[in-house]
Each structure stands twice: as structure tokens, then as C-alpha cells.
Write a protein that binds this ligand. Sequence first.
Ligand code: ADP
Length: 386
Amino acid sequence: MAEQAILTINAGSSSIKFSVYDAGTLTETVSGIVESLAPNRQTTLSIKRLDNGEKLSEAIDANDHAGAFVEILRHGAMLFAGRTVAGVGHRIVHGGIDYGGPAPLTEDSLRALAVLEPMAPLHQPHNLAAARAATKALPDAIQIGCFDTAFHRTHPWVNDTFALPRQWYDKGVRRYGFHGLSYEYISGTLQETEPALAAGRVIVCHLGNGASMCALKDGRSVGSTMGFSALDGLPMGTRCGQLDPGVLLYFMDQGMDARQIETLLYHESGLKGLSGISNDMRDLEASDESKAKQAIDYFVFRIRREIGGMAAVLGGLDGLVFCGGIGENSARVRREVCQDMDWLGIELDKVANADNQRQISTGRVRVMVIPTDEEVVIARAVKAAL
Ligand code: ADP
């Protein structure tokens, strides 16, 4: 398989992140991104060869995913270095109740996945558009979908349901949980490097622009802070996190329609809404304003609450893992999350924490910083399918 390549695709509303892997060794050889993919905006394409450092950045003429694909593949020589693309792996946010693992994307499965679009309107249509574009552009490659919900299909029923009339559960109104590719990576890494810990009770905090937490028991997800949508649980860069549904009724009574509420909850809330300064944790940490501190305080408070709840669900705690841009880099957030948690067995090694080391605890509970890698999880799934 040495002369074959695997392409991974992570498509958002206005961006496509992609990586190329050697299919034999699963070495990442290229990473790239298409940005500002929208009508009337100047779209750019950036590609970086990781093996020889070659870089490219250019303005491209594309205003949808199909057009962007044509532009990406124009650089086939740089991307694939003479290898054929044997498989393409796609990050798909929603796999509903039927997809508990990676699956081939065919006309039938793409049609079934499109039915889930109303459940993830900001992600699913773009994920599927990219899959259709890749199928057209690379008809000889297998196309594999990797679902953010799949890792959480092991949740027990009490963690899967809302207390709504039964028919809604049957219609798919459930707590799905997301960020599953990241949790799968962390769980797999723990199994490889810390098998004793992986067999125990671990909470993983994926703290990036999107943020959620996952309770792992024996390597499997038994709970997540995200539920029906990627809005629930922790506050995020611009998303609100957990909200009393009564607030939504109040907004509607105030005359707001679904689209206005969607914009408020997805794009104007979270760290950005609370601080009025930025959605970026680095800006908030650098700011002297009290609102910036309050936004961080709320973020930390919600994580601490969830640690307590998840530890109760797990029946104790053996490990706490931080990942994502904030989890991997913000010593302050980790320090504040772990403060006064000795009752739970969490004691931070302040020096190791300040240094972003892998093991940052001295107490009974192992606290670790593990950089996540969702792309390689996708590449592994494609390799398995090949
Ligand atoms: P995404 O969810 O889009 O993949 P990332 O995982 O890249 O996002 O995380 C982005 C977040 O990580 C931003 O809030 C950014 O401020 C934060 N971050 C990155 N580096 C640091 C750092 N050194 N200190 C604090 N926060 C950081």
C-alpha cells in the first residue's frame, strides 16, 4: 500500500480542513485548509507539505464545496506526490441512532444522513456537501464517514434520553453527544500508553472553540455534556452551553424566531457574549477587564460542576485528561479547574502544569494533558476499510 494515499476532510460552513496520509504507515504528509468559502468573499487555499516543508497559499475562485475541491485537486502533485488516493475519510457531525462507527458513504447513506440535517443545521449540510464533492472529484476512491456522535452510542438509556413524551425519543430527540472522534483518540491513546488508567474511570475535557466533556469507563463513553445539539453543556467560544429551556420560550414570546435564536445561541453567546471582548481564550487571559475574568470564571465553574456530576456517575475518578486548544495550552484554566479538588483526589503539580507537561498531578487522580488528533482517527478508519 506504500504508493497509496488517504485524504481526510473536515468541512465546516465556510472552511474545509484536509490532511493527506500515507496509507501504509499512516504518516501525515500534508495538511491544508480552504478558508472564507462563501459567495462574495475572497476564498483562500493553503497547503503545507509536512515531509519537506513546502508551502503554498493562494486566492482561489470557488464559492461552494464542489468548487473548492476542484481547486484543491489542482495541486494533486504537491498533495499526493505520485500516490493514488485510495480512500477519503469525512468528519460527519451527526450519525443519528444508526451509525455507531465509520461507514461507507454511498448515495443511499448520504440520503439517510441528509434526513438528520435539521438536527445539525450548521454542520451536517456542509459535511455532506463535501462528501458529494469528493465522490465526484475522486470517483475511484472509497468514501468513509466518521461520525462525531458514534463514540457515544454506548451511553446508558438514562444518559441518552430527555424526560419528554416517549414518542420524541423514538423520533430521535436524544442526547447524542459530540466530539466523538477526539474522545476516541484520547481513549485509544490511554489504552496504548496507560492501560491501567484506561481500564478505570476517566473524565476527558475537550476544550477548544467547541467544548465538551466525556465520562469514560473502561475506555467507553458513558456520558457527555453535549446532548441533542452541539450547544449543550459547557459554554464555548460563541455557543451558550447549558440553558434552561424556559429561556427559549421567553425569547419566542419576545418575538424572536428560530433563526434569530439560533444566531444568538450559536454565534453571539459563550465567552464572546459574556465578555463582550472576544471568543478567544488568549484574548480573555490577556485582558484586565472584569468581564473577561467573569467569562473565564463561568467557563471554569461549569467544567468543575460537570466533573462533580461525572465523577458521581462514574462512581469515583482515576483520571482527568485535558485536550483541545484551551485544554492543551491554558495552564490557567487547568489550574483553576483543579483548584481545591483534593476531596476528589485531584492535586495539581503546579510546575508541570505551567509547563504544559503530559502528567500534571501529584495526587491519586492522574491529571494529564494529551494533544488530541481527530484527523488520524479518520485516517485509521479509512485504512481499516481499505
Ligand atoms: P477548534 O474547536 O476550532 O478546533 P481549538 O481546539 O483550536 O479550536 O481551540 C481554540 C481555542 O484554544 C481558542 O479559544 C484559543 O484561544 C485557545 N488557545 C490556543 N492557544 C492557547 C493558549 N496558549 N492559551 C490559552 N488559550 C489558547
